[in-house]
Design a protein around this ligand. Structure first.
Ligand code: ADP
Ligand code: MG
Length: 615
């Protein structure tokens, strides 16, 4: 008696569901692909509770014949392939014929559909059991509703994250698809609120603007390149418009979003030296290549594709971006200011072997993070913004007043002397290249990255203040207006409480505009718009990875610190230099910025002596 037997179809479907349907976002993606394959002019998506309770996709495409409805929800039933050779020339987004069957196995699916010359019909499938096809007076096109995903599979249901997390994944799936098909109108509604309303357009830039805001889209640099077989078209961000996450990096081939580390690496490579480590460039790239040069059937959820010649795409992207940057003169603006004296120390050759991080691994002079574009003015004018705005931090007043006092205005000389002797000992500190501070310490020489250190210090102060509930909030006399992209607006709605805990009070103002009515005093006069964008970007990435409230608040503080800190290129007064150098002793772990980049490098007396053969 053999022990091997054929699995019943319901078990097969449920196994397939495990591959295809991971979470509401996968449902959104599959339903959108089906809708797009039906050549619609518009697609409307509605979600409840992040898609866990409901995903509804309505299209006005070609529809499904009433007789075909039971087949549509049957595994390996598709209208898109007939013979194996068709796999070599797939022109549709779907082809596996298992999405609807898989989804219907683990939820309750209701389909209503009508073809242009048929009559409308509906079918309901609950946990894999289909009922009768019934007539339905629907419009031409198809509506698919997926209720209570994994409602009948408690083990899977328990793996779903909070609705907020599922929502951020689901909206990401929507965004990717909508980006890939600008000629189709899309809308997205979550819990009854309209998040996106995207008219059909011929221009990719317009679609990007619809999703991410006109301001972001307007500043993008257009890229176009062709190596005879493969071509790439798209948009990339200016280096100064870098963001905290890879959320604004999107790749497409044949109307299909895909992930590819190698191509993203080429993008990073093109920006090398133009961004601080940990920062990400914006990139929207669409590839066009012969169908036989790419295989889309390598991943159940079709998230990855395989190229016949991956290195070809790598080279194409890298050279396209580099050429463009050279032409746009992006790189030259990044050069450090010319040394004024021949005595600028050249540390690198002295780095003893094994002393990692000195001159390497640290992005060095080329990183004019912000400040280019406006670089010249910034370098010419001494910085007017105080390092520590005068508001003291409640809960640690002694500390706050010490750091707040002398950096703001030039205090009487004896006071400076007094402070620097008592706190910083005899350390002498000099700013170089408007980026680094070189300090003479008892142990040797310390080179400090002014932005990294200030960011670290601000972050620690923010954090300490939030922990004792004493974050000083500065109400704005004139609230600052910020125009947001739809997705950003949604994030504001979602995270209002988190933002407020971090001192950022943001209120809807109508349309896509919000007003910022308060910010933390420590943020000084950093423009609210810069802070809000940075913080929202980080929040969306953190929410997607399922971070809890304290993680989210922390992320906001990181964003605040990053934007409020002095930048490379900001010239500091001697009092400001001294204040920074002194404060690094007060804050724990000041030797790393919040991203883990070093804030300072040390060259010891011993090393120096050895290099000069004094020992
Ligand atoms: P696949 O898309 O891989 O063919 P699916 O399970 O996703 O498999 O869908 C099965 C079939 O149902 C499709 O081949 C298509 O004929 C039909 N179908 C599904 N959704 C739609 C839709 N929105 N409009 C028209 N036909 C659809
Ligand atoms: Mg499909």
């Amino acid at each position: 008696m053999g022990r091997i037997h054929q699995l019943p179809m319901s078990v097969v479907n449920r196994i397939a569901a495990g591959e295809v349907v991971e979470r509401p976002a996968s449902v959104v993606k599959e339903l959108l692909e089906n809708a797009l394959d039906a050549s619609p002019t518009r697609i409307d998506v509605a979600l409840d509770q992040g898609g866990i309770a409901l995903v509804r996709v309505v299209d006005d495409g070609g529809g499904i014949e009433a007789d075909d409805l039971p087949l549509a929800v049957t595994a390996h039933a598709t209208s898109k392939l007939r013979v194996a050779e068709d796999l070599e020339r797939i022109g549709t987004l779907g082809f596996r014929g298992e999405a609807l069957a898989s989804i219907a196995e683990v939820s309750r699916v209701v389909i209503r559909s009508r073809t242009p010359d048929g009559t409308g019909a509906t079918i309901t499938v609950d946990g894999g059991r289909a009922d009768e096809v019934r007539p339905d007076g629907c419009a031409v096109g198809t509506t698919v509703e997926v209720h209570q995903l994994f409602g009948n599979v408690p083990a899977r249901r328990s793996f779903l994250r909070a609705a907020q997390t599922e929502w951020s994944h689901a909206s990401e799936a929507f965004v990717r698809t909508a980006l890939a098909h600008p000629a189709v109108a899309f809308s997205l509604v979550h819990n009854g609120r309209r998040v996106h309303d995207l008219p059909a357009t011929k221009s990719w830039r317009d679609r990007i603007a619809g999703l991410f805001g006109a301001e972001v889209a307007g500043r993008l640099i257009e890229i176009e390149a062709d190596d005879g077989e493969v071509s790439v078209h798209g948009f990339v961000g200016r280096p100064e418009d870098d963001v905290a996450s890879g959320r604004l990096q999107h790749l497409f081939v044949g109307g299909r979003p895909f992930r590819d580390r190698s191509i993203l690496h080429a993008v990073q490579e093109a920006y090398r030296g133009l961004l601080l480590s940990g920062r990400q460039p914006i990139a929207f790239l669409a590839f066009d290549l012969p169908p036989d040069a790419v295989d889309v059937n390598v991943h159940p959820a079709k998230m990855e594709v395989r190229f016949r010649e991956p290195s070809r795409l790598y080279r194409l992207v890298l050279s396209a971006l580099r050429t463009k940057f050279l032409a746009a003169n992006v790189t030259t603006r990044l050069e450090p200011p010319r040394p004024t004296a021949a005595s600028v120390p050249e540390f690198e050759p002295f780095a003893p072997p094994g002393h990692s991080g000195f001159g390497t691994g640290h992005s060095g002079f080329g990183t004019g993070h912000s400040g280019f574009g406006t670089g010249a003015e910034r370098m010419a004018a001494p910085m007017s913004r105080p390092l520590w705005p005068a508001e003291p931090v409640a809960g640690d007043r002694a500390f706050a007043s010490r750091v707040a006092g002398d950096a703001v205005a030039a205090p009487p000389a004896w006071e400076v002397d007094d402070v620097s002797r008592s706190v910083a000992g005899e350390e002498r500190a000099v700013q170089m290249h408007d980026r680094y501070i070189v300090v003479e310490t008892a142990a040797g020489i310390e080179v400090i990255d002014q932005h990294a250190l200030h960011e670290r210090l601000l972050y620690e102060k923010f954090k300490a203040a939030v922990e004792v509930g004493g974050l000083e909030v500065q109400p704005l006399l004139v609230p600052e207006k910020v125009d947001l992209a739809p997705a950003e607006l949604e994030l504001v709605h979602e995270h209002m409480g988190t933002l407020e805990r971090a001192g950022m009070k943001i209120e809807p103002f109508g349309g896509s505009t919000v007003i910022v009515t308060s910010k933390p005093a420590l943020a000084g006069d950093t423009p609210a718009a810069a802070i809000v964008r940075e913080v929202l970007d980080r929040l969306s990435a953190t929410a997607a990875s399922g971070g809890g409230t304290s993680v989210l608040v922390d992320e906001v503080l990181h964003g605040l610190a990053c934007r409020a800190a002095i930048k490379a290129g900001d010239r500091l007064s001697q009092a400001e230099v001294d204040a920074l150098v002194r404060d690094r002793r007060i804050v724990p772990e000041a030797h790393h910025c919040p991203h883990g980049r070093p804030t300072s490098l040390t060259l010891s007396r011993q090393d120096l002596d050895r290099q000069f053969r004094r020992t």
